[in-house]
Write a protein that binds this ligand. Structure first.
Ligand SMILES: [Zn+2]
Length: 247
């Protein structure tokens, strides 16, 4: 994928236009986030040193940046504030700070691997003959990263895929939702096992086609693969929210 399609993920403070700047909030009941609740931004959002508009802005998390909650809420200046760790891009790595919850949404799935997004949904394959309808994440050329469950669910280990997917694993979640994990080096969960969100289920590998990476996809109850809003070059952190609401 070319650089022209790659957005700046965390923009500099000087260039920032952010959701909370200049806006006047109205206090309302805080959302019931907990420690490590996965979230994503619904607007470009100022990340601050403390819970309030008077604290310095250290970064701006672009719209649809995945994060996970560490602390909160704190009420100040008409907002409820949460301390969140956000993923970043290749230039601006993950950042942690306080944000106003008005521009946060709970994510249904968590990012399953820490690394860099190397291919995203709607990338073309086979010279444009088909689309990649998954997200590729690589921890580095040697692979070996821990792959964690994107949501609690039941493990299915299908036979090795000679068509290019290699060792792969399916998690069956509530109400017919599934997540798929391809090119695995090894498994850390077994057929029929129930795993919790964030539990290690496999080791990233290079089985099947391509170098070391994880191919991750979300499947609706009707079986269709659904888009998550990752961009090539993003530096993602396992446990942060997959940037989109699916349910
Ligand atoms: Zn892929």
């Amino acid at each position: 994928m070319s650089d022209s399609t790659r957005r700046t993920f965390l923009t500099s403070v000087a260039a920032a236009t952010a959701g909370v700047v200049g806006a006047v909030g109205t206090a309302s009941a805080a959302k019931n986030y907990e420690y490590l609740t996965p979230v994503f931004t619904t607007s470009d959002l100022s990340v601050r040193e403390g819970p309030g508009t008077g604290y310095a802005r250290t970064a701006v998390a672009d719209v649809r940046t995945g994060g996970r909650v560490f602390e909160g809420p704190e009420s100040a200046d008409g907002y409820d504030w949460w301390k969140v760790q956000f993923s970043g891009d290749g230039n601006d790595g993950p950042v942690t700070g306080w944000v106003a919850e008005d521009w946060l949404s709970r994510a249904d799935f968590i990012c399953p691997l820490t690394g860099t997004v190397t291919s995203t949904y709607w990338d073309t394959r086979d010279g444009g003959a088909r689309y990649h309808r998954a997200v590729d994440i690589s921890s580095g050329p040697d692979g070996g990263g821990y792959v964690v469950a994107a949501r609690s669910g039941r493990v299915t280990v299908p036979p090795y895929d000679d068509g290019g997917y290699g060792n792969w694993l399916i998690l069956e979640h509530d109400n017919g939702w599934e997540t798929w994990y391809g090119h695995l080096r090894d498994f850390r969960a077994s057929e029929g096992e129930y795993v919790e969100r964030g539990e290690i289920i496999a080791i990233e590998g290079a089985t099947g086609v391509g170098g070391a990476h994880l191919d991750f996809s979300v499947h609706s109850p009707s079986g269709s693969k659904l888009r998550s809003y990752y961009d090539v070059g993003e530096s993602v952190v396992a446990g942060t929210g997959v940037p989109r609401a699916f349910f």
